[in-house]
Write a protein that binds this ligand. Sequence first.
Ligand SMILES: [Zn+2]
Length: 466
Amino acid sequence: MALRFYNTLTQQVELFTPLSGNLVRMYTCGPTVYNYVHIGNLRTFTFQDVLRRWLRARGYTLDHVMNITDVEDKIIRNAAAEHKTLAEYTEVYTQGFFEDAAALRLERPERVVKATEHIDDMAAAIQKLTEHGCTYVSEGSVYYRISSFPSYGKLSHNDFSGIRAGARVDVDEYDKADARDFVLWKAHKEGEPAWNTALGPGRPGWHIECSAMAMKYLGETLDIHTGGVDLTFPHHENEIAQAEPITGKPFVRYWLHAEHLSVDGQKMSKSLGNFYTLRDLTAMGYQPEAVRYLLESVPYRKKLNFTMDGLKAAATSIDRLRNYKLRLETGKFPPGANETLAERTARATAAFDEALDDDLNTAEALAAVFEYLRDTNTAMDAGEFLAGNAAGAREFLARFDSIFDVLNPSAKSGGLSDAEVDALIAERNAAKKARNFERADQVRAELGARGIILEDTKEGSRWKRQ
Ligand SMILES: [Zn+2]
C-alpha cells in the first residue's frame, strides 16, 4: 500500500499525492516565542520531523515553511513587564527554540519565517479580504465577518449557522463555543508596538499571520498543513476562512493534527508542577535522544501520556538498539549468507515501511524493528547469523535511524551511551581486580574527559553525567 494520512478535513484516511509532481508544499504553525517550548509543543514538532523524514524516504522533495510568532498578546505583555523591546524579548526564546530543536535533532524546515518581517503581506491579505466583502471596521480594528464565508466550520466540523452576526472577539485564542467574528488587524493601543500600513497604525491578529505567509511562500493551495490538535479551532478554521475567499481555491489538501500530550495522566500545567521543557528534563540528567524516542514512539494521532518511567524505558530501548549496532559492527560472524535470515531482513524492512506508510504508525514500525533485533540476536547466539547477513541488517538499522535518529549519542553525553559507560566501568573493575591500576586509572580519566563522574562506594561504582 502507498503512503496515506488521516485528513482532519475529510475525517478519512486518504492516499497521499502532492499537487505537482514530487514536490510537497507544507506549512507548520511554529512556536509563539514568549517562553521556552514545553514537551507538548515538542511532541507536535517531533511528529512533523518524522513526517518530513518519511516523505523524503518515499522520494518526495520538500518545501516546508514554519512561522515564528514573534508578536502576540502574551509576548507584548511579557516584554513590557521585563522592560524589553519586542525584538530583545523574542530573540532569547527564538534562539532557545532552535537550540531545543537541534538537541531533539529536528530538521530545520526549508524556510523559517518571522511574523514581524511580514506585516505588509498580512496587511495586503486583509485588504484583499475587504475587496471580497469579508471584513468590517470597528473602532479602528478590522474584523473578519464569519457569515461571509458559508463553509466556516468545515475543518473542525462545527455547525456555526446559529452564530450571532456582528458578535466579535478581540483576543486571538477563544473557545469552541465562542465562534465569533475575529480580529484581523488590531488598532494601535497606547503602550503596544504598532506598524504603519495601509490599514493605519496597528498590529496583526495571530490568525492572519499564517494564511499570509503560507500563501506568500507556498502558493494558493498547500499539500499539507500540520499543527497541534488544539489549533484546529479556531486557528486553522480561520486560516481557511482568510485564504479561500481570496483565491477561490482550496487552501490545504491534507490537514494533519498531532494529539495532546499529558503528564502522568493529567493535563500539563505549571500549577500542578508537571510542566516540563526539554531544558528541565536534560537538567534532570535525561538525554535529549530519550525524549525524542519517547515523543516519536506513540503514533501522532494517539494521546501521549508522558511519564518519567516512560522516559527511562525510552533510554533502555535506545541502549538495546545501540548494543545491537555495536554487535553488528564488532561481532565475528561465520562466513557465508543465511537465506532465511536474508528473507527475515526483507520482511522487517517491508513491515517497517508499511507501518510508516499507514499514517505514520511509529509504534508498529518500532515493533518491526525490535522483533527483528530479537530474532537476529537469537540467530547470532546460535551461530546462524552469517557474515553475509551483516550488510542487510546494517542497512535496515540505518533505515530505521534515518527516521527515528537516536542511534548516535549526542555530544552532550560525551559521545558515550549508558551501555558504553557501563562497559568501561566493568573494564575498570576487572583491571583493578587484576591489580592493573594503571589501566584502571586510564579508564577513569577517559570517563572524566567525556563528562562522566565516577564515584566508588562500598556497593561498587556509581556514575552520573556532568
Ligand atoms: Zn498558524
